[in-house]
Design a protein around this ligand. Structure first.
Ligand code: BV8
Length: 257
């Protein structure tokens, strides 16, 4: 998409203004959604390629779907694991990993379960919706790492009690871990700048975090090629791809140092 000179100037002005905010900030929070992994090659939920066979995420990422047909749900997660095991973190993930070491207080809060932030070098990550590389016993509630792809058994069973294992993720209709959620709201309400990157801002309660930041007086920066319900609340709405915009902001930020 070619920007006109005027749009480019405006865009550059916003990028420099955001870098200026960051230069003065000590407490920065970032909320990411599936859009930050799009340039790595992972389809977003609501984009044109968000379908799997004829299903939508909302059809499969539910306890009812798992109850009804655990093998089908596991085939979807196994397919997604296959995708995620073949892709790499992109420049957007890598900038956020660097910012974790650059700012004195930096919070990375993600809705994504793909593990790409950790592979990019981020260490302190709040995974609000869990992680596709962890399984949980449906009987004992024990959580175990499992990086195996493809899974040797579908649906996988607990090595100790043989009960069904489920993905250690939060499905629609399931509550988020309250400790994680409370921490995410505290970090969002006490930061000076909050970025909302690659999320359609439709899934709650994560979508309320940027609003909590705005209400607490933080500056909110949205990075998304499209507008979202958050756009009208954001101080800056940078229309573009996370893998391109985050490195540009980072360049302006580093120029001043
Ligand atoms: C709960 C894990 C309560 C699983 C996920 C009506 C109104 C409000 C809320 C509800 C409602 N009806 C139901 C609800 C609640 C529901 C909800 O919000 N539903 C939505 C659909 C309306 N929420 C829940 O059920 C939550 N739990 O509320 O519990 C409760 C309390 C007590 C007791 C019992 C229950 C649980 C929600 C968690 C669901 N799990 N994932 C898995 O992944 O398999 S959500 C799933 O969606 C992913 O985590 C994903 O990250 C997340 C959000 O979607 P996005 O990340 O935003 O992805 P999306 O495709 O939508 O958007 C991508 C964006 O990126 C787009 O804007 C696009 O333009 C942009 N983009 C594209 N390319 C790029 C880009 N941006 C930047 N760069 C690019 N290159």
């Amino acid at each position: 998409m070619l920007l006109s000179l005027e749009e480019l100037t405006m865009e550059e002005h916003d990028l420099k203004a955001v870098a200026g905010l960051l230069r003065r900030a000590k407490r920065v929070a970032v909320l990411t959604g599936s859009g930050i992994s799009a340039e790595s090659g992972i389809p977003t939920f609501r984009g044109k390629d968000g379908l799997w066979r004829q299903f939508r995420a909302e059809d499969l990422a539910t306890p009812e779907a798992f109850e009804r047909d655990p093998a089908l749900v596991w085939e979807w997660y196994n397919w997604r694991r296959g995708l995620m095991s073949k892709v790499e973190p992109n420049p957007g993930h890598k900038v956020l990993a660097r910012w974790e070491r650059h700012f004195s207080q930096f919070a990375l809060i993600t809705q994504n379960i793909d593990g790409l932030h950790r592979r990019a070098g981020s260490e302190n990550i709040l995974e609000l919706h869990g992680n596709i590389w962890k399984l949980r016993c449906t009987k004992e509630d024990t959580v175990m790492d499992n990086f195996e792809y493809p899974l040797s058994e579908i649906p996988p069973r607990c090595p100790s009690c043989r009960a069904l294992l489920r993905p250690h993720v939060v499905w629609f209709g399931e509550p988020l871990d309250s400790t994680n959620l409370n921490k995410a709201f505290l970090l969002s309400s006490t930061c000076e700048v909050l970025f909302s990157v690659g999320t359609s801002a439709l899934v709650h309660p994560a979508a309320s975090l940027p609003l909590a930041a705005a209400e607490s007086g933080a500056k909110v920066v949205e990075i998304n090629p499209d507008s979202t319900p958050l756009t009208s609340y954001a101080d800056f709405s940078l229309r573009g791809k996370a893998g391109e915009i985050l490195p540009l902001i980072d360049q302006y930020l580093m120029m001043a140092h």
